[in-house]
Design a protein around this ligand. Structure first.
Ligand SMILES: C[S@@+](CC[C@H](N)C(=O)[O-])C[C@H]1O[C@@H](n2cnc3c(N)ncnc32)[C@H](O)[C@@H]1O
Length: 702
């Protein structure tokens, strides 16, 4: 019963005393009852900070063990930490070498994040960089708020599905089907991250996409309604396993779900399919290839003799060889001398009538080299292949981008299936696309890019690409975030979208460096532990995400071989071509509050400033007094505010520098300098005490 219905009923009680008594009881109930999705929110979540230094006061656990037993560091001397157990009143102290310990932070305790570059791929010229971050996503999201609050156009996430098969970790431990709190843990985990995601999204127009399956879709739907109050939410059912995964005595599962949360003015841009039916070729406006032979009125050879010439094709292979020269006016057709092993095709019809081609030899040669002319199937009797070409109007549309091409075929002819935009469809809520099969275009794609490396359940590249296209297809500079990045499919899909329309979209991917439950067991058995090289190199970020994204962009596998195969369905280019994109990889690091002296943390937060100002050009990594404005940079940092006149002067002719960051603790001084800066320049203030800018995990502002 809704609260309104209750109020209605209460108002109908005519006995005033009775009404007051019942109202008071109802109010007590109202205070204790939670309306909506009920789950245990207070399960503490804590995370191991593998790279955090072991210093006095931090909470630690044993690095080599999966146990959650926690101590506080009382002191550190010569690499040995003295630990006390807070639960024992701090009396009993034990000693451990610091390399055997790892810092843990509960949610709510302040953390100071930094980003450390761990590699890059640069093939995109002056395009902005995609960023791929290795880190716990809760902290990564909080960190990203500094750079991107309210700016993200699209978030796509594929979180752990909580299958009960130890497929995700809560508090450093895999959650299994026996855990009675597993739904609460999952909801609590998701709610915290979704609330941060919400703050990153552009309130004017953005979309959140979450994939999920049968295990949690009902709870996720309710959670999304609660977090994103007032937003339109739709759920799509998508076939991702066409052969079905059998369930004893139940329907075989062939699909999973996608939730779409529409924020502000976000809308779908229709595409060339409704995602459910295979739109018949006839429904699409097919691009017409015209026959090169001209027949009908006025097509006789004698009318324009220069259009009567041979085209040579391989006698055995049927492959195009060359375009010959026009025959002399009265030369016989069989006087043509063929290059070795070729046949001459002339414009002669079935009744032996000598006609003409529609293009002169130089134009045909030019068209063939550009893929605007091609040959049809081989006629078994004559061995000929009918030549075809694109008319001038069609070529114009191809060259202006109005008609999209899907690459070249094996004979180098343009592949154009239909006129893009000629007919578009509103997508349905049930998707059935062979291209979305996770096995065929997720796992198999990884096999081609990073042979021999395994990752459970990557999405089909084309599924992510199609999903994103509905929202960022027409936003060529969109900012797209995936904070459950896994194998990096989202970054790859964004690179594909950019290639299809010359876009400068940017993706930010976050993933941790977990190993699977089985791998963890085997590694522990072999004496390894988290943080150790042997362990970390097998983690998802190091072993899968970074090499996969690198292979996709460079077109080379980790062993240096050209990636085999071609993309399918749309833009069928060879995978070995890679993409003209820039990517920088980062590790989320944690600074120690005590050891970060005033002004000493700049290096660690420098990439965040660079991201804030567009992730373009070089990162200003070092404090350089009075200011830093390196060549190629799109932003500049003033470290010594007293020298602001020089700064303003130096930026006067630097049009490419669009943002300035001023390091000062004085708001008044900051405002004074802002007034002197060109109005077109974005200006931000950075406190000298970096900790004031970057303290996260305190719940402040939420
Ligand atoms: C289901 S997978 C995503 C797969 C991805 N869509 C693809 O196509 O490869 C979820 C990923 O999120 C990562 N993950 C889970 N919890 C995380 C957390 N708290 N922080 C960062 N990454 C996390 C896991 O390592 C896993 O790779």
């Amino acid at each position: 019963m809704t609260t309104n219905a209750l109020d209605n009923l209460l108002s109908r009680i005519t006995d005033l005393d009775l009404r007051r008594a019942v109202e008071s009881e109802v109010n007590i109930l109202r205070d204790t009852k939670d309306f909506g999705l009920v789950f245990e929110r207070h399960l503490p979540e804590e995370v191991r900070l593998l790279s955090h230094p072991i210093t006095r006061g931090v909470k630690v656990q044993e690095r080599k063990s999966a146990s959650s037993e926690t101590w506080t560091v009382h002191s550190v001397k010569a690499g040995i930490a003295t630990l006390v157990d807070d639960d024992d009143g701090g009396d009993a102290a034990i000693e451990r070498p610091i390399e055997d310990l790892v810092v843990v932070r509960g949610f709510g305790e302040p953390i100071y994040p930094g980003l450390k570059s761990v590699g890059k791929v640069e093939r995109g010229g002056n395009k902005p960089y995609h960023t791929v971050i290795n880190g716990e996503n809760f902290y990564a999201l909080e960190t990203l708020l500094y750079a991107y609050e309210g700016q993200v156009d699209c978030i796509y996430i594929d979180p752990p599905y909580n299958s009960g098969a130890r497929d995700w970790k809560y508090n450093n431990d895999y959650v299994d089907g026996e855990d009675t709190y597993r739904h609460s843990k999952w909801l609590s985990f998701m709610e915290k991250r979704l609330k941060l995601a919400q703050r990153l999204m552009n309130p004017e127009g953005s979309v959140l996409i979450v994939t999920i399956d049968e295990k949690e879709y009902l709870r996720l739907g309710l959670l999304l309604e609660q977090v994103f109050r007032g937003c339109d939410i739709q759920m799509v059912s998508s076939v991702i396993n066409p052969s079905g995964s059998s369930r004893q005595g139940r329907f075989a599962r062939t699909d999973e779900y996608l939730f779409f949360v529409f924020i502000g003015s976000a809308n779908i841009t229709p595409w060339t399919t409704d995602m459910l039916r295979d739109q018949s070729e006839s429904a699409r406006k097919k691009v017409r290839w015209s026959s090169l032979i001209r027949n009908g009125e006025g097509s006789r050879r004698t009318r324009i003799p220069s259009l009567f010439y041979p085209i040579f094709i391989g006698k055995e292979t049927g492959d195009f060889h060359s375009v010959g020269e026009p025959l002399a006016r009265d030369a016989l057709a069989d006087s043509v001398v063929c290059p070795p092993e070729t046949l001459a095709m002339l414009p002669i019809d079935g009744s032996g009538q000598e006609l003409m081609w529609r293009l002169h030899p130089p134009t045909l040669r030019d068209y063939l080299s550009k893929g605007y002319a091609k040959f049809g199937k081989r006629d078994n009797k004559t061995g000929f292949r009918a030549p075809q070409y694109l008319q001038r109007g069609t070529i114009k549309k191809v060259e202006s981008g109005e008609i999209k091409t899907l690459g070249r075929d094996e004979e180098d002819a343009m592949v154009i299936e239909f006129e893009e935009g000629a007919k578009t469809y509103s997508p349905m809520t049930v998707w059935n696309r062979v291209s979305h099969s996770a096995g065929d275009h997720g796992s198999a794609m990884l096999k081609a890019l990073i042979p021999g490396r395994k990752f459970p359940f990557p999405k089909s590249l084309y599924a992510v690409e199609d999903t994103l296209r509905f929202f960022v297809g027409d936003k060529r500079d969109a900012l797209i975030l995936d904070f459950f990045g896994g194998s990096g499919t989202t970054t790859h899909a964004v690179a594909r979208l950019n290639r299809q329309d010359g876009g400068r979209r940017r993706s930010i991917l976050v993933t941790n460096n977990e190993v699977s439950d089985d791998e963890a067991k085997a590694l522990r058995k072999a004496g390894h532990y988290p943080g150790q090289l042997d362990w970390e190199t097998l983690g998802i970020f190091e072993h899968i995400t970074k090499p996969r994204v690198t292979a996709a962009v460079t077109g080379r596998t980790p062993d240096g071989h050209a990636v085999a195969g071609s993309y399918k369905f749309t833009d069928m280019s060879p995978m070995a071509e890679g993409f003209e994109e820039n990517i920088e990889f980062f590790e989320l690091t944690y600074l120690d509050h005590n050891s970060v002296a005033r002004g000493k943390a700049f290096e660690a937060v420098a990439p965040l400033l660079w991201m804030k100002f567009g992730a373009l050009g070089p990162i200003i990594t070092k404090v350089k007094k009075p200011f830093a404005a390196p060549a190629g940079s799109t932003y500049a940092v003033l470290f010594d505010i007293n020298r602001w006149p020089e700064f303003v002067e130096a930026l006067r002719d630097r049009e490419e520098v669009r943002y300035a960051c001023i390091v000062t603790d004085s708001l008044a001084q900051f405002q004074q300098v802002v007034a002197e800066m060109p109005h077109t320049m974005g200006v931000s203030m950075l406190y000298e005490d970096y900790l004031r800018n970057f303290e996260i995990n305190t719940g402040a502002g939420r």
